[in-house]
Design a protein around this ligand. Sequence first.
Ligand code: GLN
Length: 538
Amino acid sequence: MARYIFITGGVVSSLGKGIAAASLASLFKLRGYQVSLQKLDPYINLDPGTMSPFQHGEVYVTEDGAETDLDLGHYERFVGIRMSQNSNVTAGRVYSSVIKKEREGKYLGSTVQVIPHVTDEIKRLIKKGSNGADISFVEVGGTVGDIESLPFLEAIRQLNMEMNDSHTLFIHLTLLPKVDVTNEIKTKPTQHSVKELRSIGIQPDVLLCRAKNTIDDNIKNKISLFTNVDRKAVFSAQDAKSIYEIPIYYKNQNIDEYILKKLKVPHKKSVIKPWVTFTNKLKKCSRKVKIGMIGKYVDLADSYKSLNESLLHASVYNNNSLEIDFIDSEDITKKNIKRLKNLQGIVVPGGFGNRGVEGKILAANFARVNHIPYFGICLGMQISVIEFARNILGFKNANSTEFDLKTPFPVISLVTEWDDYKKGRLKGSIRQLGGTMRLGAQSCTLVKKSLAHSLYKKNIISERHRHRYEVNNKFVDDFNDTDLLFSGYSGDKVLMEVLEIRHHPWYLASQFHPEFTSSPLKGHPLFNSFIKTAYETK
Ligand code: GLN
């Protein structure tokens, strides 16, 4: 029978529960257990798809097209398993499903309540998310004490009560702040946070204590005494230089051994080599490579989480040490564009809305003309098409209809607008933002002898999408016999998926998001090659 490990967080948010869950799951996966991971998010949005990246960080897209929390990206990267629609459960989804059932009369006349109806629905979704795994890791978003988290905590309390004791385990990640004046580590917030958990019927089995450094035995004894947690189950979760060292830190304290004994599952041998190899290589990378990220959400690094990680994976793959220069595209003008000269590579990431678009077009132009390696992703590809149409094809004011509905050359537009353009009556047809995008993995045919084909070494690839607009098929022929090659397409050459510029050291842009499938141990063919060329050309 499946075992469930629930991970909660206390004291403050952003302690890294997602990375803790991913690191632990990775240790069990490497031992040979089948693991699953799931994130429960207590907010009312159905999914984070409509949230601003400033609020929520990146929206991670799964293979089957779910728009999810960025923690799912950590899960995939650390554990190497595929997440799905069932891997991220929000309060919004739970409530909408309960209300739907109520409308269908499924509750047979009863008053629909948080307990048992909402908690039953949460339990159902947790079991569904486990998907037959030996060990399921379930991360509860938010911080213990939040009003929103209560139904979720109540649901996992019930699961623990319903299952045999060795089938569930509660891990609580908590913070041990240090008071600088006295140089003292404080355990009181942790005591309170555990007290809060216990007051709702959850006694944590394991404590992971976030602190700058490892914590000593005195502190562990004290925490154990006040929280009723086994002294041997109080572990350090010290700050790490790289998140990829965390599985090793956990392994060194034998946290996974402790959990295995508690869960009473047949023992399998520990394997840690992949993480040791990767982190040793990471530490030795000294050949600096400087990449400029020309985005609009540059003040919050989490907005481009997967992209940052992919660039790092590729840098380690090439023995480079990565420096990302986050540049706000709104600050880029014709006058100051030369500041991009000292970059070894330029990335224009995905994005939505008008703000900062002209700066990105200038950056794409600068990279193309000055032979600086350029990688455009999703919006970054649309930017390349607009730039090339304006400056090489002479399509004055070419644009995407996302930014200018009156453009005479809508080289990027909604598919539903392609015919409207022919008839000269573009009107823009988005009424609803949620659930109206091309989402998830789709296949793409690569053109033989192209750069993309030489890197993927495949005729057909599959990558994940998240966008509404497309290269307007009515203009594709205008690019024939130019240096711009559409080297990947889907369907019967209907949708353009990859473009590259000939006679350039490295200029490639994709309509899909390759960053969602990069892994620390292998990188990703496009990123690996981009970083290699960026380093070698300058
Ligand atoms: N805003 C563009 C679109 O919707 C690009 C989206 C993206 O970069 N993810 O097509």
